[in-house]
Design a binder for this molecule. Structure first.
Ligand code: ATP
Length: 363
């Protein structure tokens, strides 16, 4: 099912006398999620991810704009008539019901033409349980399950009605690191198997990058960039997107462009033909440094950390905006620790130049 948001806006009235202006949680969102895709809404806390999801589910009403599922305008439909499956961070299973009864629950409330026979309901519940691999746990109560198993029950419950759209709001937040990893792979597998258009809310860029077909990167209710994870990483539109994606984080420097050359401090570190003269912000991905003792860019060496195949060089520079610079280079590089400095050439594909007032990308 294709999902289309048209000029969707949600304002909340301010309750703060000192800041009487409305909060614009979702500001004029205009994008299409293609049928069968897994799309991540990604951004820092308060950027409007949950509000967007709640508008799509019908739990919130938009201030303006429309939502379409395929050709259907669902903007005014209540949640129960939209054909959605919802999974939240705190999955709120019914504690007194077994896994089987929890999964059956949404089917028992179907009315009119959607009403199902008992055997059909049992069959659908078992199929959903099999999909998330909890069919052997049907007789247990939620308290007798691990966190990951509980989350799977919540997913099975959301899938049992075969929703047109599956909406997941930080579904992995309550799981420990190992389970998070495992469950996110599960979500990807289930999504691929069912082909249900899925919208996944997270503030964790690594999580979003690893399982989503497409990312919607947001901040303060505004969409900053939409695209496939790799293309957003390789081609960020602005400084915020460049800084939000990637671990270790991109290194950011104050730079100056003069006659087609990019200077950081005194050193001309890269040719940036076509960029206007003046002060800029420079982002260099950790993998953008190429060790070369005669390289153009010299940093104060702090220490190195060996990570197996690669080493992480931790360094300083007066023009860097972060406390530490991190460069990831091959472990075969010979770095002279006694020298106190380390020099690099830069891979131009891993260096981004931004306007220092608007943060928009220039190079
Ligand atoms: P988080 O990751 O912390 O859950 P989020 O990106 O999901 O954040 P939202 O919950 O969508 O963010 O909130 C977006 C903005 O709207 C925030 O500034 C929030 O304070 C505000 N907001 C959300 N719900 C309401 C409400 N019912 N009344 C007033 N303001 C609200």
């Amino acid at each position: 099912m294709k999902v289309v948001l048209k000029n969707l806006t949600k304002r909340f009235p301010s309750r703060d006398k000192n800041h009487p202006e409305d909060v614009i949680a979702v500001n004029n969102f205009d994008f299409t999620i293609e049928d069968g895709k897994l799309v991540g809404l990604l951004g820092p806390s308060g950027c409007g991810k949950s509000t967007t999801l709640n508008l799509i589910s019908g739990l919130e009403k938009p201030t303006a704009g429309q939502i379409f599922f395929g050709e259907d305008d669902v903007t005014k439909l209540p949640p129960e008539n939209r054909g959605i499956g919802l999974v939240f961070q705190n999955y709120a299973l019914y504690p007194h019901l077994t896994v089987r009864q929890n999964i059956l629950f949404p089917l028992q409330n179907l009315k009119g033409k959607d009403k199902m026979s008992k055997p059909d309901m049992e069959k659908a519940a078992l199929e959903a349980a099999k999909l998330v691999q909890i069919d052997s746990l049907m007789a247990r109560k939620p308290s007798e399950l691990s966190g990951g198993q509980q989350q799977r029950v919540a997913i099975a419950r959301a899938l049992v009605k075969m929703p047109r759209v599956l909406l997941l709001d930080e579904p992995l937040s309550n799981l420990d690191a190992r389970l998070r990893l495992q469950t996110r792979e599960e979500i990807r597998r289930i999504q691929k198997e069912t082909g249900i258009t899925t919208i996944f809310v997270t503030h964790d860029q690594e999580e979003a990058m690893s399982i989503c077909d497409e990312l919607v990167v947001m901040k303060d209710g505004v969409i900053h960039q939409i695209g496939a994870p790799q293309s957003v990483y390789d081609d960020p539109k602005n400084l915020f997107v460049a800084m939000f994606l990637g671990t270790p984080q991109i290194n950011v420097f104050d730079g100056v462009v003069k006659a087609g050359k990019l200077y950081i401090g005194e050193e001309a570190v890269l040719d940036v033909e076509g960029v206007r003269d003046g002060s800029v912000s420079v982002g260099i991905r950790p993998e953008g440094f190429k060790h070369d003792e005669n390289g153009a860019f010299t940093l104060k060496l702090e220490r190195i950390e060996v990570m197996g195949r690669d080493i992480s060089v931790i360094a300083h520079h007066d023009k860097c905006r972060q406390a530490d610079i991190r460069a990831i280079i091959s472990s075969e590089s010979n770095i002279d620790l006694g020298k106190g400095t380390v020099s690099f050439n830069l891979n131009p594909r891993k260096v981004f130049v931004f306007d220092d007032r608007t943060d928009e990308r220039l190079f």
